[in-house]
Design a binder for this molecule. Structure first.
Ligand code: ZN
Length: 312
């Protein structure tokens, strides 16, 4: 088995603070959802060690229209949510993003250096279970996704509040390779849902309570859950090597976005507003372009970005 535990405090506080500075603070149910997404995206990035951005998105059909958590291979991360409408204090996953059972969750892997014409890989899963019943835990949604995409038993426990975003991921490793050099393990143990060791570990992980995940340090959690198991610990990644807030927005990128709008559209915004002001939803930065800046953007003809370029 492989396990990853994440506990975000400063990075999570910064995401919430930047939102509070730029707009209205997220209501508590949205903080819980977005915090769980940030924790989950960090766990998934740590688990697959992908050389590019891992982007977890929920396209909601309720008051939360979009929620995004993005984690880079160096664990710099950012997140944002778009809210339209009233969020009840008691809102759940379904009342936030899956009112008509049309909410979707997308996991995108965007390679750092993409070959020409190469598209990012994206997997999309619904927010309902096998019987189309609405799921109320993001962890269940993502377990479905990981079972489909990786064909490996996976258990996720997630929790977040206004101070901490935390999660635990347990995954059964395939028996092939170094784990089964002697060929001692039976092949049928490698099927989904049959491995007894995995079932035991997953059951233990499942006893972890939300409160424990939010309030206890990693060592205490691991000791409480797995004191009878033999564990190999790795050094926690903290500080500059660990998860931390960073935004990849920039003036040049916004310039390319304005170029994508086309000159008539940009000129009409200029005429109406006096400048083109583009705000970043992730970090709150503002990029302002006056008439001279805009003219300069469109004077550089022949530098139109290819249609496949992702513009944020
Ligand atoms: Zn930004």
């Amino acid at each position: 088995m492989r396990g990853v535990l994440v506990r975000l405090t400063e990075a999570w506080a910064e995401i919430l603070q930047r939102r509070a500075d730029a707009a209205n603070s997220y209501p508590l149910p949205v903080q819980q959802l977005l915090g769980e997404m940030v924790a989950a995206a960090t766990l998934m990035q740590a688990n697959i060690k992908f050389n590019g951005a891992l982007i977890l998105q929920i396209f909601g059909d309720g008051p939360v229209k979009l929620a995004v958590a993005e984690v880079q291979p160096d664990f710099s991360l950012r997140a944002t949510a778009t809210i339209m409408g009233e969020v009840e204090a008691t809102a759940t996953l379904s009342t936030l993003v899956n009112v008509n059972n049309e909410g979707k969750c997308a996991i995108t892997l965007d390679p750092k250096s993409r070959l020409p014409g190469q598209q990012p890989y994206q997997g999309v899963v619904p927010l309902f279970g096998d019987q189309r019943e609405k799921l109320e835990q993001l962890s269940e949604v993502l377990e479905h996704y990981m079972l489909q995409s990786e064909q490996l038993d996976t258990t996720l426990v997630l929790a977040a509040d206004d101070k901490v975003a935390a999660g635990l991921l347990i995954q059964r490793l395939p028996l092939q390779g170094t784990g089964n050099l002697g060929g001692a393990a039976q092949r049928d143990e490698d099927q989904i849902g049959v491995n007894e060791d995995y079932k035991r570990i997953a059951m233990l992980a499942g006893t972890l309570k939300r409160e424990e995940l939010l309030t206890l340090d990693a060592q205490t959690i691991l000791r409480r859950l797995f004191w009878e198991e033999s564990l190999t610990h790795f050094e926690p990644l903290t500080g500059d090597a660990g998860p931390r807030f960073a935004c990849s927005c920039g003036r040049e990128r916004v310039g390319r976005m304005i170029l994508g709008l086309g000159e008539p559209e940009a000129q009409s915004i200029l005429a109406e507003m006096g400048e083109v002001d583009v705000g970043c939803d992730f970090c709150g930065a503002h990029y302002r372009f006056d008439a001279i800046d805009v003219a300069q953007i469109f004077r550089q003809t022949g530098e139109v970005p290819p249609a496949s370029e992702r513009v944020q």
